[in-house]
Every structure is written in structure tokens, then in C-alpha cells.
Design a protein around this ligand. Structure first.
Ligand code: 13P
Ligand code: SF4
Length: 304
């Protein structure tokens, strides 16, 4: 089947199974095209609590499917690419969390949603890149153990000097490998371009930014900006939505790859197969669902 036919077949199956398709901006363009809902991690989490359909097809990596399932235990959540997993989601341990709880009184364990359900269940509250600053600033705790991403942690810690941050050494390989030098080179080539950076990048890269924010934050910034050129420092999938939402603006990326290989595992064919066969499903024990849901719900509450 070609992509056009696949798109039609997916639409038919969606009706038949009473399903909705949710996509992150980092998936392939043709998959973004069939989304009912597309957004950043925060949007996808919040939206998952409002879905009335029986089935959610989550076009993203595993932690996104797990989050949707934890917030919707009664629904079927399909993850079209079963092996699409975020390496950073595993870059902290429950043992380290337990150890920190012994070492520090007045500790909040803050878990970036880009994490396994087990890590979420061991934490007090989840955050996304769009709401981390707001949520951490609303916590009464002085000590913050922020897992798993060191870069987002540093970005937030710098803005909240009254808190004592304990850092974990996880990182997103897509953002962490982008160098300051790569931005300097692009700036030399396009001096008028504004630099838009995702906070999963290293502090020295964030320091080069005109704007730092989540994928949705970057898109909104571009829409509101009178500038016409932008150096976009996040996964390149976001360029598709930027192109759709704007006219006449120019977008550049660095010479680095800026590609998340796991997000790119989701294809139209896999979405079609998932809906046709109703698998692979996200399955988790009830206890884990319950454990992961609590810090996610706390995030949704504190983000209001
Ligand atoms: P946001 O969706 O919060 O922008 O995060 C990007 C990301 O890395 C998702 O995997
Ligand atoms: Fe994980 Fe980075 Fe890919 Fe997001 S872009 S899913 S954080 S590896």
C-alpha cells in the first residue's frame, strides 16, 4: 500500500475501533499528518485525560505510551513501534532515589516525564520541559532531586537559586551532543537568525539562545516573532509543524544530526498494523499504573 492508501485505511480503522491518534512533533511528517492531536509531552499528557474514545494510538516513544496508560487505565493504549524507547528514560535508578530520600530531609523527587513508569512511581511529582519551572517553584521543599535529565535540571536550578538541587547524570543523546561550536558556526552564517533551544541541551548551548523552551514553546515563539530567520536547536521533526504554521519564515538546523532514531521508528505502516491487530498494547501491572499516575496527576494539578 502507498502512503495515500495507508492514510485512508488508517482513517477507516480509526472509526471502526473508536480510536484517536496522538503524535509528538518528533515523529515523521507523514505520521504527523494523520494525527488527531499533536503536541509536546505536556500537551499529550493533559490531552490524554480528556479523551473519550476507547483506544489511544500513541505515536511516540514508550514513556509517552506509559504516561497515557497511567492516566487512562481503562483505555487501550497502542504503541505502534514497540521498540521505540527513549534511552534517557532509563538513566536513573529507583535505588538512587531511595538513597537520596535517606540522605535528605525535606526532599522532593522531581521526575521529568521522559522516564520509565518505575521511576515515576518512585517520585513525588512529574514535570515536562514546558512546566518544570512552574512546578518546581511551587514545591515547598528546599531539596530537589531532579531525574533523569541533568540539562533540564540545570536550566531550572539556575532560575531557582533558593532551592538546593541534586543532579542526576542522565541526558538525551540527541540534544546533549549538540555543541556550542555548531551554534556559533550557524550564527556566523545567519547572523540575523534567532537561536531557539530546547532545555535538554547543555548549559553552554542554552547560553547561546534567544529563546529556551519545549517544542510547543518554540513553535509559539516563532509564530509570535516578527523575525524571519531561526536556528532551531531541537529534534528536526519540529520543522514540519513550523513550516505548516508560518509563511515566509526560514528555519535552519546545525550540522549535527538533530534526529531521534527512536521517534523515527513510527511509520504509517506500523500505525495501520497497530489499529488492525490492536497491538502492541501498553500493558503494566495495576500497582505500577497507580504508582506512575500519582506524580503525573500532581503535575497536572500544579501546572494549572
Ligand atoms: P517536549 O515534548 O517537552 O518538548 O520534550 C521533547 C522530548 O524530548 C520528547 O521526547
Ligand atoms: Fe528521548 Fe531525546 Fe528522543 Fe526525546 S529526543 S525521545 S528525550 S532520545
Amino acid at each position: 500500500m502507498n502512503n495515500l492508501n495507508l492514510g485512508d485505511e488508517i482513517r477507516k480503522l480509526k472509526e471502526e475501533k473508536n480510536a484517536v491518534i496522538m503524535c509528538h512533533y518528533y515523529v515523521e511528517d507523514e505520521v504527523q499528518d494523520i494525527a488527531d492531536y499533536i503536541g509536546d509531552s505536556f500537551f499529550l499528557s493533559r490531552k490524554a485525560t480528556e479523551i473519550e474514545a476507547d483506544v489511544i494510538v500513541l505515536c511516540g516513544v514508550r514513556f509517552m505510551g506509559e504516561s497515557a496508560k497511567a492516566l487512562n487505565p481503562g483505555k487501550v493504549v497502542l504503541l505502534p513501534a514497540e521498540d521505540a524507547d527513549c534511552p534517557m528514560a532509563h538513566m536513573a535508578t529507583v535505588e538512587a532515589v531511595e538513597e537520596m530520600r535517606k540522605q535528605y530531609d525535606d526532599l522532593a523527587v522531581v521526575c521529568y516525564v521522559n522516564s520509565t513508569a518505575e521511576l515515576k512511581a518512585a517520585s513525588d511529582v512529574c514535570v515536562t520541559s514546558a512546566n518544570a519551572l512552574k512546578i518546581v517553584s511551587r514545591l515547598s521543599n528546599k531539596n530537589i532531586f531532579f531525574i533523569p535529565d541533568q540539562n533540564l535540571a540545570h536550566y531550572i536550578a539556575d532560575q531557582l537559586p533558593e532551592k538546593n538541587f541534586i543532579f542526576n547524570d542522565g541526558y538525551c543523546h540527541v540534544h546533549h551532543t549538540i555543541t556550542k561550536d555548531a551554534i556559533v558556526k550557524m550564527k556566523e552564517k545567519y547572523p540575523k537568525a534567532e537561536v531557539l533551544v530546547h532545555p535538554e541541551c547543555k548549559p553552554e548551548v542554552c547560553a547561546m539562545a534567544d529563546y529556551i523552551g519545549s517544542t510547543s514553546g518554540i513553535i509559539n515563539y516563532v509564530k509570535d516573532s516578527s523575525n524571519e530567520e531561526f536556528i532551531v536547536v531541537t529534534e528536526r521533526g519540529v520543522l514540519y509543524e513550523l513550516g505548516l504554521q508560518t509563511t515566509g519564515k526560514k528555519f535552519y538546523t546545525t550540522q549535527m544530526a538533530q534526529v531521534c532514531p527512536n521517534m523515527k521508528k513510527i511509520t504509517l505502516e506500523k500505525v495501520y498494523n497497530a489499529l488492525k491487530n490492536m497491538e502492541p498494547k501498553v500493558e503494566m501491572p495495576d500497582e505500577l499504573i497507580e504508582g506512575a499516575r500519582k506524580p503525573m496527576e500532581k503535575m497536572l494539578e500544579l501546572a494549572k
